[in-house]
Design a protein. Structure first.
Length: 274
């Protein structure tokens, strides 16, 4: 099945930037959870003992991975329109919610009663089902790469489960490393396609009104969907205006790249460094 994204129709009003900023921030927050988890994974792989999932970040008081992922997905719903894909994506989040609940249950159980091989085995099955979900299959969902930030978080959870099995003496460390590398490869594919969709940014300035006594250029920076990342009215009679706009435009583009791509790349790098 092939599905296509719809570019948002926006005006020059600054309120049009709300969607872009909100979506970008949610994508960043979701991928950041993956970074936090992998920091703990690496520490446990180095020490080689104890329980990773007994850490507070995996217990009932830890972060809500799926809540952040749901908010991130809702923020990009303007891009992914087909109902069948939307159902698949929310089914994916439903499975992620199940993994999260099992993860927190296991973390709390280990903390008070010690490791439980049966619970851990069930958690591994749930985790593997999650990362093989049809919503992440490019043959089913053309826009699968928009789930890259959520996949970064999910992949980190999966590696945490593999690490717990290593700490429990069930698998060698190489199993964790191999799983992490495979997840990094898939995430790299998603990130590359996400960049193709979310770049290049476009900028320009509207010609001034030839009948106006004031010469001014309405300048803007947009993403490929028509969302405004920055705008400014440049008046050439003020010498610093052009320089100010160039700085503002450059800063907006830097922030865009940092929040949409860099956090995902950081997870990829961490997965490959285990």
């Amino acid at each position: 099945m092939k599905f296509h994204s719809i570019a948002a129709v926006v005006s020059l009003a600054l309120c049009s930037a709300t969607f872009t900023v909100g979506a970008t921030e949610q994508e960043e927050k979701t991928a950041t959870i993956g970074e936090q988890i992998l920091d703990k994974v690496k520490s446990k792989l180095l020490s080689g003992f104890g329980s990773l999932l007994a850490d507070a970040v995996f217990g009932s008081g830890g972060p809500q991975y799926v809540m952040l992922s749901e908010e991130s997905l809702q923020a990009i719903q303007e891009r992914v329109r087909e109902e069948i894909v939307r159902d698949a994506e929310f089914d994916f989040l439903s499975e992620f919610r199940s993994v999260e609940a099992s993860l927190k249950h296991y973390g709390d159980t280990v903390k008070y009663n010690g490791e439980d091989p049966v619970l851990l085995g069930g958690l591994l099955l749930k985790a593997n089902d999650l990362i093989n979900h049809r919503a992440l299959n490019s043959s089913y969902n053309d826009d699968f790469f928009y789930l890259a930030d959520t996949y970064a978080s999910a992949a980190s959870v999966v590696v945490a489960v593999y690490t717990e099995r290593y700490l429990a003496g069930m698998v060698p460390k190489t199993t964790v490393v191999t799983a992490a590398k495979n997840l990094a490869d898939q995430l790299s594919i998603m990130l590359a396609q996400k960049k193709q969709a979310d770049l290049p940014l476009r900028s320009g300035c509207e010609a001034p009104d030839p009948y106006s006594q004031i010469v001014e250029y309405k300048c803007w920076l947009k993403d490929p969907y028509g969302n405004y990342l920055a705008s400014y009215v440049v008046e050439p009679q003020y010498p610093d205006d052009v320089e100010y706009w160039n700085r503002k435009k450059s800063q907006a583009e830097t922030e865009y790249r940092q929040t949409k791509f860099n956090k995902i790349q950081a997870v990829i790098d961490q997965l490959r460094s285990l």
